[in-house]
Design a binder for this molecule. Structure first.
Ligand code: TRP
Length: 430
């Protein structure tokens, strides 16, 4: 019985806002109700340590985020809902993955790189004020995902690079120690990036333009009244394009309702009236959850119990898997037979390069999988040496050489790219 495993984490460093709800909570809760899907949702509180030094804030955020997901309808009996720091196998796996991850790979991770670039721009030491936690962020995230061998990971665009790294970690571990991990795939939630905030930019804590998901009715009304609009008067037609108010409305409304508001815009609805519309629509969806949320927040012990149960459920998977991984890397009881590593099994799906000459007199190569299927096709080279050198680069550098060699290769489709990356990783030298 194999079902698709979904997994996603939420960093516990803030208060959930409408952008989180529309982009992550609502779609995840809906997805968790689908049959044939196994869902893992967790509170990434180790990740929060990288972002904030306020213990009280982490605790508060953990409570608020857990209560929000539960109030939004997440059923802890159907899914595995847990707190990252309740799973000691995760930091242990982080170390294993640390040892198969190139430092150069982490140098290129965007959050770390942005911090370094900022320092460079200010003429500071490149690593000034940068902690190793930030540097290691992608490895911890890789451990979150690989711990449960998740197939699909719903994330925002900004996390796609981390998913690629997690795939590479899975592949390099498998290559060394045998097949233990499934390389995960990102599922991009386009809407995460698109819900605008009060000022029209993406709704984000870092812009201070958010509407808290469980603001009181009064607060919600006041915040919505503060959404920026242009200065068109009542009676003047309004643009839906670029209107934050319209976009937020759309995220909550049915197609028909959206159509009606578009019409009202064209007819010159007053901004005040449009805001009342938006308030009513949002509140209609949030109000029942708000009541549940208030109940939950008042009873932290109940949430604690739910999270503990979730951790137990998660560890039913994590504990034996970690034992398997410890054995695979050689952390073994000394009495056990010192059998060779299991790394041979990793070679079973190996890919290889084939070099040949075509009727046009040019030299070519292709990368084929174990069944002979062509994964990568070169263009023609004028000498066998040049073809060989190009193969050498791919063998030594793996997928990271693909960009520089694009002019020598036939285009690789988006779908094919992952297969090619995996194949190249599987034949990287140790
Ligand atoms: N880094 C993610 C974010 O900031 C949170 C996260 C931590 C995560 N671990 C994860 C998301 C594992 C998906 C899978 O949004």
């Amino acid at each position: 019985m194999t079902s698709v495993r979904f997994l996603t984490g939420i960093t516990t460093s803030g208060t959930p806002h409408l952008g989180n709800y529309v982009g992550s909570i609502r779609p995840s809760v809906r997805a968790s109700l689908t049959h044939g899907v196994e869902s893992y949702y967790f509170l990434a509180d180790y990740h929060a340590l990288i972002k904030t030094e306020e213990p009280g804030r982490i605790q508060r955020s953990t409570l608020e985020i857990a209560a929000s997901w539960l109030a939004a309808g997440l059923d802890p009996d159907r899914v595995t809902f847990y707190r990252q720091s309740d799973i000691p196998e995760i930091p242990e796996l982080t170390w294993f993955l640390t040892c198969v991850t190139g430092k150069g790979v982490l140098n290129r991770a965007h959050a770390y790189k942005a911090a370094v670039d900022k320092n460079a721009a200010a003429a500071l030491d490149p690593d000034s004020d940068v902690n190793v936690g930030l540097f290691m962020y992608p490895v911890l995230m890789g451990a979150d995902i690989l711990m449960f061998n998740a197939h699909k990971v719903p994330v925002g665009r900004d996390q796609v690079q981390h998913l690629e790294m997690a795939r590479d970690m899975a592949n390099s571990f498998n290559h060394r120690y045998g097949n233990h991990f499934v390389p995960p795939q990102a599922v991009i939630e386009e809407s995460v990036a698109t819900l605008p905030g009060l000022d029209g930019r993406k709704m984000s804590k870092s812009y201070d333009n958010t509407i808290p998901l469980f603001a009181s009715r009064q607060q919600l009304q006041r915040l919505i009244a503060g959404i920026v609009t242009d200065s068109r008067l009542p009676g003047e037609p309004k643009d839906t394009e670029g209107s934050a108010l319209f976009q937020i409305y759309q995220a909550f409304a049915t197609e028909q309702e959206t159509h009606a508001l578009r019409h009202a815009f064209a007819q010159g609805i007053a901004w005040g009236e449009a805001k009342q519309f938006l308030f009513d629509r949002v509140d209609q969806e949030i109000a029942p959850m708000r009541a549940a949320y208030q109940e939950l927040i008042k009873d932290p012990q109940r949430i604690e119990t739910i999270l503990h149960k979730g951790a137990q459920k998660a560890r039913i998977v994590a504990t034996p898997f970690m034992a398997e991984l410890r054995h695979a890397v050689g952390l073994r009881p000394l009495g056990q037979s010192m059998s060779a590593s299991t790394s041979k099994s990793a070679k079973s799906s190996i890919a290889s390069f084939k070099q040949y000459r075509e009727g046009d007199g040019k030299f070519y190569f292709k990368l084929v999988d174990a069944s002979g299927k062509v994964l990568l096709q070169s263009l023609g080279f004028s000498s066998p040496k040049m073809a060989g050198q190009t193969i050498g680069l791919l063998q030594q550098q793996g997928p990271s050489a693909l960009g520089a060699l694009a002019a020598q290769l036939e285009p690789i489709s988006e779908d094919q790219l992952e297969v090619v990356r995996d194949a190249l990783n599987s034949i990287l030298p140790r």
